[in-house]
Write a protein that binds this ligand. Sequence first.
Ligand code: UD1
Length: 338
Amino acid sequence: MKVLVTGGLGFIGSHTVVKLIENKFDVVIIDNLFNSKLVVLDRIEKITGIRPVFYQFDVQNKEKLREVFIKEKPEAIIHFAGYKAVGESVAKPLMYYQNNLESTFALLDCMAEFNVKNLVFSSSATVYGLPDKVPLTEDSPVKSATSPYGETKVMIERILTDICAVNKDYNVALLRYFNPIGAHKSGLLGEDPNGIPNNLLPYINRVATGQLKELNVFGDDYDTPDGTGVRDYIHVVDLAEGHVLALKKLATNSGLVIYNLGTGKGTSVLEVVHAYEKATGIKIPYIIKERRPGDVPENYAGTDKARKELGFKCKFNVEDACLDGYNFQKAENERNGK
Ligand code: UD1
């Protein structure tokens, strides 16, 4: 089966492409390299022995997108391409709404024109907003999100739901990711954001490699066991596997399906710090700071539905992810002469 992967050179996209190739899917990638690097294509080839067909352009460009549909004839789409920085989305809402929505519209138009009916959409647990209770199950209410980034996920989920309500032959999976972390075992794929990282694990990686002095822990007075924020951290390779399972589900004529992809286990910021230290043997100095605006105290996935309906089960724990993330960061620094 031929799968078109938008944003296929990004953090989650690249790991998913590797999994797809390992599962004998034919992969075509579109990526505009806004938040990714061309060298990732070489690394996918190094890991899998196969170089996927690659097109460099913005998915909003419908003419180019049509050409790819005509030439490649994809049977399914996995749509990762999109902006994803929460803070930046608050500062530049129009940029986020425009990019994330327009790219999805272009894709949906092409799907309709070329009769492609299978789509996996990269959504987020951010659609649950401030949870009333945890674990969050797929029927927990979807709320107005706390950022324009999150709101684009809520909106696109709604658009896809409405489209599936009238197009009974469409098969769409909304995958709600919890907190993806870690990296590929090879040290060739991972997350290396530009500038000072916003997310916890990329920040800790930079402390571990001496690029940043200490971690700022945002709040230790939440109503959680140690007072720091609790999240569901999922290894990106497990998350990638979830996409392969979702594609297999779509092939059963599933219609619209929604799955949480998480581990089902909450881990606090300080527990992550300790897991990281245990996995790598490196001390992570930290100081307690004010709560970060917009953060929820606690958030983790109910995983029953994905387990029962997809057979989804995580193979890696937080410590594994910490070690893989650290090894990637170290290798990447060496490759970049840092
Ligand atoms: C955010 C987004 C989520 C997105 C995810 C990955 C929201 C509400 N959250 O999740 O949609 O999928 O990023 O891009 O939209 N922390 C520190 N110090 C730091 C950084 C983080 O203490 O330097 C803490 C935070 O307060 C939080 C936890 O670590 O308790 C995780 O934070 P982060 O990695 O930024 O992810 P989320 O905010 O959960």
